[in-house]
Design a protein around this ligand. Sequence first.
Ligand SMILES: [Zn+2]
Length: 474
Amino acid sequence: MKTLLSFLFVLTVFCPYAQPLAILNARVVDVEQGRLMRGSKDILIINGRIAQVAPAGSLPVEDITFIDATGHYIIPGLWDMHTHPDDPEVWWMGPVPSHRDQLMPLFVLYGVTGTRDMAGSLEVVNDWRRRIRQGALLGPEIIAAGPLLDGPNAMWDGSVSIADASRVKPVVDSLIEEGIDFLKVYSGLPREVFFTLMDYANEIGFPVVGHIPTEVTTAEGARAGMACQEHLLDILTDCSREGERIRRGEVEFEQAKDGLQRYFLRNKLIMDTYDEKKAEALFREFARHNTWHTPTLSMWYKNAYYEEEAEKDSAYWKYLPPHLQKYWGPETNVHLKYRQPEVLATKRRQLEFYLRITGEMHRAGVKLLAGTDTGANPLCWPGIGIHNELELFVRAGLSPAEALKTATVNPAEFLGLTSDFGTVTPGKVADLVILNSNPLENIRAVRDIEAVVRRGKLYDDKARQAILAEISTD
Ligand SMILES: [Zn+2]
C-alpha cells in the first residue's frame, strides 16, 4: 500500500520527452547475467535516456520528478519480434485508421516497447513511426519488413509476388529505397528465386528473415544465410526419417479423402517418425550458421486451445479494435477453420513437439526471439501476447532468466541495436517496465506491471488505466 501511495504523487507529463525522472530504491534485473543487480538502485533518466544507475540514496532528487520503487523490480522494455498490427490478412475487412492506431498503445501499456513488424503496409508503418517519434501517438519502436515476398500465387493481399529470379534485384532495391529494415520471405517463394534473393541480399549485406519457403529445407535456409526463421515451420519435416520422401512427394496418403485429411496424415507421419539424431544435427547446423528462430509458441498454443483460451482471455476483448474482434471469431477466422477432434489432437501433439524442439534448440545454442504473431491470428494479443510467449519459453525448458533474454538482450543483439536497447544501462533509451514481483523467480511476474517508462516518460498505473479506459469498447 505504501508504494502504491507513493506512485500517486507522480506527475505524468504528456510531451515527447518528459522532464528528468528518477526511479528510486528499485531492484534492477541484469538480464545479461540473469540475476538482480547488487543492492537497490536509483535510476536517473534525462532526455529519454538512462543517465545513471546508482546505488540507492546516492542521487540528489531536489527539483526532479521521482518515484519510490521500493519493493519493485525493473526490467528493460520487452520486444515482440513478430507482429502484424496492420495485418494484410484483415485488409479486406476495411480497418478504420483510428482503430488500427489503438493497437500501438496496447503494446506499450503491457510492457512491449519495441516490435519487429513482420509485414504490413509500409505507408501505415512509416506513419506510425513518425507520429510515435513526435510524441503524437503512444507506441513502441518499430523495425519493419514492409510487404511479404511470396511466389506467383501470393497467399495474402499486399504481398510482392516474385515469379522469376530476374525480378529479385529490382524488387529488393525498390523496397530498400522505400525504407524497409529487412526482407521477409514467404512460404510460396520458388526455390530458384529464394537462392537468387539470398545471394543478392548477402552481396549487399541486407538481412533476410521469414517463413522457410516450402521448396527449401530449413538447413538449406540456414546455409544460405537467412538471419532468422519463423514459427518453427518445416523443422519437424526435416527432423523426420521420412522427411526427404515426403518433400519429394513420394509418400502417398491413399486413405486421405480430402486435402484436410491429407494434411492431418502428413503431420501425423512426420511426428511418428521424429528422429532425434536428425534433430540434433539440424540444430547444430542452425547454431553453426547463427540462424535465429522465432518459435511463436503462443500462436500455436492459442490455436490448439482456442475455445478454452478465448474464455480465459475474455477480459481483453474490449481493448481490441472492432475489425479484430470480428476476425478473431471462429466464424470468420481462416486459422480456426478446422476444429474436428482429430485435427485438434494433431495440433496439440504438434504443440508438444514445438515446446520440446524449442528447448532442444536452446540447449544446442540456437538463439531464440520472443514473438507473438499478433495480428490476424486469434488471441495473439498486442502486448499481453509477449507474456504468454515468455511463459511458454519457460515451459519449453528455458529458465525465467533465459526466457527474459529472448525479449530483451536477444532482440537488441539480433537487430544490431545494443547501444540503445536491451538492458538497464546508462546511455540507453529509457524503455523500462516496473514490476511488482521478481521475474527471475517466476516469469509470470511480467504480467504484474506497476508502471511502464517509454522513452523516459512514465506511465504509472493511473495513466495506464486511463488510456486503457479510452481504448475500451465497453
Ligand atoms: Zn507472421
